[in-house]
Design a protein around this ligand. Sequence first.
Ligand SMILES: *Cc1c(COP(=O)(O)O)cnc(C)c1O
Length: 430
Amino acid sequence: MNRDASIKAFEEAQRLIPGGVNSPVRAFKSVGGTPIFITEGEGAYLSDVDGNRYVDFVQSWGPLIFGHRDETIEKAVIEAVKHGLSFGAPTQAETDLAKLVVSFFDSIDKVRFVSSGTEAVMSAIRLARGFTGRDDIVKFTGCYHGHSDSLLVQAGSGAATFGNPSSPGVPADFTKHTLLATYNDIESVKKCFADSKDIACVIIEPIAGNMGLVPADKEFLAQLRELCDANGSLLIFDEVMSGFRASLYGAESITGVKPDILTLGKVIGGGMPVGAFGARAEIMAMLSPDGPVYQAGTLSGNPVAMAAGLASLTKLKQNAPVMAVLEARAKRLVEGMREAAKEYGIIMQTDVRGSMFGFFFNEKPVKNFADAAASDAQLFAKFHSGMLDEGYYFACSLYETGFISTAITDEMIESTIEATKRVFKAITNG
Ligand SMILES: *Cc1c(COP(=O)(O)O)cnc(C)c1O
């Protein structure tokens, strides 16, 4: 497969943009090789500047649940653009999207829109601190909550891949309020509560997708809920990735555990920059201008972004059974991959939640970040590069999750499995 044009484009980009990319994980550093420069997406496919075509299992890292250039979303966006790109004043679309978002989750009465997942989580933390009057927060190693200062402590994916979990430029004074616990290990959380009486909130990806796909055990989440209640701390579910991906109705519908604050992003914007955080009315009342906790954004609730979100979530709501179809395809994919690997003596751990799928080249089940990190990174890099040559675009880090869109057909799943067989064969022979 010829990638000369991508290589050239990347060289030029590197002269002008740090690492040639505007978000680190895109740089292919952990798998080697050159990132592919995209010209176009269409349904399940991505096309690159060399004219190659790939089945896309990244989907812009989650947002595109209906694949590229979904007709309904595209139309809604074009219609919105015709009325103006931004007003900095209220529009009906914001209320409509708020109504829709709230309708999916039992746990939230009100929601505020921002422009990214990072902003949503950063604001949710501020709200939790404002509401409780406390400073400390508990996060889990391997969970990623965006790149804001106090949350950039032992985060997964990009941060994990590059081995600088706490970034230079983040003062120790900021992160001293961030206590670290181990995913799926309630004793480690109890220890945090023993160490601090000032815990405003525990934040968790209830279905972690930034250390690969690692869902939290139900029992563990239930115990978290109890610990938070017993200590007067809030529980935040960061579902920026898993929201509308693992289930239409949130992790609370899968696990039965409800958060106090919920953060959303990715799918909620249908490909446009949107994030959101919501909570019950009593908590949201703390937020400016109703309350004293400040939070704002020039482009928050942007009309074009709201139109994309509305179109995307409306379509999801009207086609709710589609989640089961996506889940069945995701399950078939990872089962097929696992069987193919086994034929060549390679052991894989796999998991699926809705349209999210994960796999590790690991002998043991993965329950937390240390388990994920014990996976075979070299084998992953070979697998990634082999699949790319076969025309399948998988996330370029073993700490990422894969996504099925409605544009990916059963036939594509089967051909992907066939391709994995060829790739495993080549890897084990080479
Ligand atoms: C992607 C992600 C974020 C950050 O969202 P951005 O839109 O990239 O700022 C936060 N939390 C989780 C769980 C995410 O997956």
